[in-house]
Design a protein around this ligand. Structure first.
Ligand SMILES: [Zn+2]
Length: 411
């Protein structure tokens, strides 16, 4: 087998055969019952995959017979990264805005209008190929499951087509018509809310699993607590599950609203009161605090206090928020490095938040760990231990292990 850990022509994984993934220096199962520490690490651990699922994990010496063997050459195996927050459907970029911000200009959400204009101009094919490139970047850096939001169309048709295109790449699609008030309705917020909770929601709901809102009274472009509640309740009535952008730019009602409505996730959580933290602790079985440190990096803002959340008992996830304005990178390794260096998380906590934590925020129980029954979404780190994720920031160490799904064995 090729010693870079890639499977050449013809390894199975989903077909009838079983595949033994061997040669790992370290296998991170994500289940403390199965190995050492909170990550459940098995030194020299192996995985058997059958029908695209994990069939067995344990020490290589105990591994059952398999039809095919893949040797990963002393690398580390971890659960595939789960990026539970991204905005990949957009055209154009806003590099100039980033550059200006680095020279001292403030961010208030206003630049979103620039991406809205470019996205409306783009054809379906242009948008589709832009998303395809960004999805390929995610996979090349080790992400196996990802969510995609709309939110740069802000008309009935442009939001619906954004979601139709996103659905071609993932089932985890989120209607974010309430990203900002559409530019043409800036003077009539009520009319825009009527649109978002009426015709736009009806056109988008068939293509979305989730609804989200940019609940941010500190931005004149985003939505107040009452407006956000209206959006979320309408979405829930239309059968969508709830996510919230909250407490990004300053203290606000987003966290309390998310907890009140039983949202799966409240994302950003940069400015939290003690009451917000208490609410998240009380809701830790159903509402995850998703931290997006790439945004603080790219806007040169204070990072969320991850230690405070974890020590209090809040469920925490890490995601990229990949978007053209405030964080144009989807590298989950980078998010892990930031979480460790800037937010006081241990490497184990950060990796767990980027896998099991973000799976929980998507209410998925088939991804996020490598134990029998889970999807065989395996990411390889080109290093002898998972610590290298944060220890060697900026290095291209991670990629999805390609099990050649659907092809048959030649070995
Ligand atoms: Zn976002």
């Amino acid at each position: 087998m090729m010693d870079d850990g890639r499977v050449g022509d013809g390894a199975p994984g989903v077909g009838g055969g079983t595949v033994l993934i061997a040669g790992a220096s370290e296998l991170v199962t994500g289940d403390p019952q199965r190995g050492a520490g909170s990550l459940g690490i098995i030194d020299g651990g192996a995985i058997v995959v059958e029908h695209g699922r994990v069939a067995w994990v344990g020490p290589l010496a105990d591994a059952p017979q398999a039809d095919t063997r893949v040797d990963v050459g002393g690398r580390t195996l971890v659960p595939g990264f789960v990026d539970s927050h991204s905005h990949l459907v957009f055209a154009g970029d806003r590099a100039h805005e980033f550059t200006a911000r680095m020279q001292g200009e403030a961010y208030d959400g206003g630049g979103i209008g620039v991406s809205v204009a470019a996205t409306r101009e783009a054809s379906d094919d242009e948008l589709r190929s832009l998303v395809a490139v960004r999805v390929a970047e995610m996979r090349e850096s080790g992400t196996t499951t990802f969510e995609i939001k709309s939110g740069y169309g802000l008309t009935v048709e442009d939001e619906a087509r954004s979601l139709r295109i996103a659905r071609e790449f993932t089932d985890e699609t989120t209607f974010l018509g309430a990203h900002v008030v559409a530019p043409e309705l800036r003077e009539s917020r009520e009319a825009y809310l009527d649109l978002v909770t009426g015709p736009m929601l009806r056109a988008c709901a068939p293509h979305a699993r989730w609804i989200d809102v940019f609940c941010e009274p500190n931005s004149p472009h985003a939505f107040t607590g009452d407006e956000s509640r209206r959006v979320l309740e309408a979405g829930r009535d239309a059968g969508l599950e709830l996510r919230v952008h909250g407490n990004q730019l300053g203290p606000g009602p987003g966290v309390q609203l998310a907890v009140d409505l039983g949202a799966a996730s409240v994302d950003h959580c940069t400015y939290l009161s003690d009451a917000d933290v208490d609410a998240l602790v009380g809701a830790s079985d159903r509402t995850v605090a998703t931290l997006l440190p790439g945004v603080e990096f790219s806007t040169r803002s204070p990072y969320p206090d991850a230690r405070r959340l974890i020590d209090a008992g809040v469920s925490v996830a890490l995601a990229s928020d990949c978007n053209p304005g405030t964080c144009f990178t989807s590298s989950m390794s980078f998010m892990i490095a930031l979480a460790v260096r800037e937010m006081g998380m241990t490497v184990a906590e950060a990796l767990s938040a980027a896998t099991a934590g973000s799976a929980k925020s998507l209410r998925r129980n088939d991804i996020g760990t490598l134990v029998p029954g889970m999807r065989a979404d395996v990411t390889v780190i080109d290093a002898p231990s998972h610590d290298h994720l944060a220890y060697r920031p900026g290095m291209a160490l991670t990629r999805v292990l390609d099990l050649g799904i659907g092809r048959h064995s030649s070995e």
